[in-house]
Design a protein around this ligand. Structure first.
Ligand code: CTP
Ligand code: ZN
Length: 154
């Protein structure tokens, strides 16, 4: 039996822990932000029991400090996740996430006629939110899309 206070994935010495990611979103977070291509040691916990969420995903990246800008991009996928910075085994900072104003080079524009697919430019969207609905408006074709309909860049 696991005790509630038992670490479910080994503690890290230095780096970042993305905690409270909704279950089934962890892999998406890794891929979208290309975290899996980093050279740092990464440990992933999927579907871990969580008192707040029922189940959660968790990602630990050693020796990488997730800054506010990247943390805010994470808010697009996992608005209520917690980003912890770890130094010498201590949690030294918990970042507050807020939605970014813009997201550059992460998603591709769902509009197949959009000029961004034919030019060597990074995708670029303006983010707006109303209640829980998050929309992204393409800088190039000016069409707006729900966050759920966005796919990753190729
Ligand atoms: N953690 C870690 N390595 C450390 C310290 C902490 O991997 N050396 C992880 C913990 O396992 C946890 C997260 O970082 O997943 C945040 O740690 P902490 O703030 O101590 O945990 P909680 O108080 O449970 O966090 P919260 O209040 O955000 O739920
Ligand atoms: Zn577009």
């Amino acid at each position: 039996m696991t005790k509630d206070n038992q670490l479910q994935v080994e503690a890290i010495k230095n780096g970042s822990v993305i905690d409270h990611i909704p279950a089934h979103t962890g892999i998406k977070v890794l891929r979208l932000f290309q975290l899996h291509k980093s050279e740092n040691r990464i440990t992933i916990g999927l579907n871990l029991p969580s008192s707040a969420l029922g189940h959660k995903d968790l990602i630990k990246i050693e020796n990488l400090f997730i800054d506010e800008e990247l943390a805010n991009q994470l808010a697009l996928l996992a608005p209520n996740c917690t980003v912890n910075q770890i130094e010498n085994y201590e949690v030294v900072r918990k970042l507050q996430l807020s939605l970014p104003e813009q997201v550059i080079g992460v998603f591709q524009c769902p509009n197949s006629n959009c000029i961004s697919h034919r030019e060597p430019v990074p995708s670029r969207f303006k983010v707006s939110s109303k209640d829980t609905l998050i929309k992204l408006k393409c800088h190039y074709c000016e069409k707006a899309f729900n966050r759920e309909s966005m796919s990753e860049r190729r």
